[in-house]
Every structure is written in structure tokens, then in C-alpha cells.
Design a protein around this ligand. Sequence first.
Ligand SMILES: CC(C)(COP(=O)(O)OP(=O)(O)OC[C@H]1O[C@@H](n2cnc3c(N)ncnc32)[C@H](O)[C@@H]1OP(=O)(O)O)[C@@H](O)C(=O)NCCC(=O)NCCS
Length: 162
Amino acid sequence: MTLSLRPYEDADWPDLLALWIETWSLARPDIDFTARTPWLAGLFKDSLAGGARIVVAADAAGPVGFVLFDPARSWLEQIAAHPRAFGTGAAKALLGQAKEACPAGLRLDVNADNGRALAFYRREGFERVGKGRNPLSGLPTLTLEWRPPSSAGLKTRETPPS
Ligand SMILES: CC(C)(COP(=O)(O)OP(=O)(O)OC[C@H]1O[C@@H](n2cnc3c(N)ncnc32)[C@H](O)[C@@H]1OP(=O)(O)O)[C@@H](O)C(=O)NCCC(=O)NCCS
């Protein structure tokens, strides 16, 4: 698969929405993700207005995944790959874009029972630093952090200079 990575454009919305619904419905068939369309639309709009970035991965047939992250907060908000792109390296390439834009490190929340995502993040160098609950579903979540080898970490970076 020849993959390209590029910034999000408004024209990507229908494809990204469709792949987000399809991949999340596979992971959690008990949740109606189509009903969350207004939530995702608001997240895209507000995140981009606030300075966050969306990178799209596409092959010859169109978008196969995206990552939404905020470098100012060192926060990864969303990453999703279409099921046909699972295991192809598309998600790893998208995560690489977020890491590159967040050189001090990166944090995220993941559902505690999302085995595939947890294995993916662990393989890509993330470690557990906290826990919480998903504000939409109420399900337990874990907060994970990636720190580049040369970084002292996000906690240290957040300490005000003396
Ligand atoms: C999470 C996601 C982006 C990862 O992309 P991916 O292409 O599936 O990831 P990879 O195939 O590179 O890695 C997945 C790993 O999980 C493993 N895995 C697959 N199913 C698993 C399961 N049920 N439990 C545990 N591990 C599992 C795979 O073997 C692989 O590990 P390996 O490379 O060491 O063999 C993608 O699966 C996705 O979009 N999922 C739905 C949305 C989602 O969960 N997003 C993240 C929310 S925080």
C-alpha cells in the first residue's frame, strides 16, 4: 500500500466520518457511533479553531485514517484507521506525525478495554500514567504517555522555571 500523509481539508470530512464510524463500530458494536456525528463534527471544528492539527493518511482509493492532536497541550485527541488499513503501518505513520509535532511528549486517553489500541500504543512506546472515565460513555479509561528518549517528560516540562 502506497501511503500519503497530508493536512486535513474540509472535503475529507465525509470519508473521515465514515471510516471513524466503521472502525469504532467494529471495536464497540454496543455503541451507536452514527449518533455521535454532531459530537465529532464539533470536535473537529473546535479543535482546529483552537490550534490543533489533523493529519490524514490516504492510499490510492482515498483516506484510510487520521490523527487529531494538539501540540500546545501535547495531547492526542483521536486516532483512527479504517479496518482495511489495520496492521499496514498507516496508524504508526499517523502517530509518527503527532510525535514529530510534539517533541516534548504526548498524552492520550484510551478505553481500558480497547485491547488492540492498548497493544498498539504499548508497542509505540506509551506507558500508563493515570486513569479516568470516558465523558461520553462513562467507561473506564487509561491515560498513556509517550516521552522521547531525550526528554525529561511532560511533568518536568510543566514545572515553572525558578
Ligand atoms: C488503534 C488503531 C489506530 C491501531 O491501528 P492498527 O493498524 O490496528 O495497529 P497495529 O496493527 O499496528 O497494532 C495493533 C496491535 O494490536 C494487536 N492486537 C490486535 N487485536 C488485539 C486485541 N484484541 N487485543 C490485544 N492486542 C491486539 C496486534 O497484533 C498488533 O500488535 P503487533 O504489531 O505487536 O502484532 C486502530 O486499530 C483503530 O483505528 N482502532 C479503532 C479506533 C481506536 O481504537 N482508536 C484509538 C482510541 S484511543
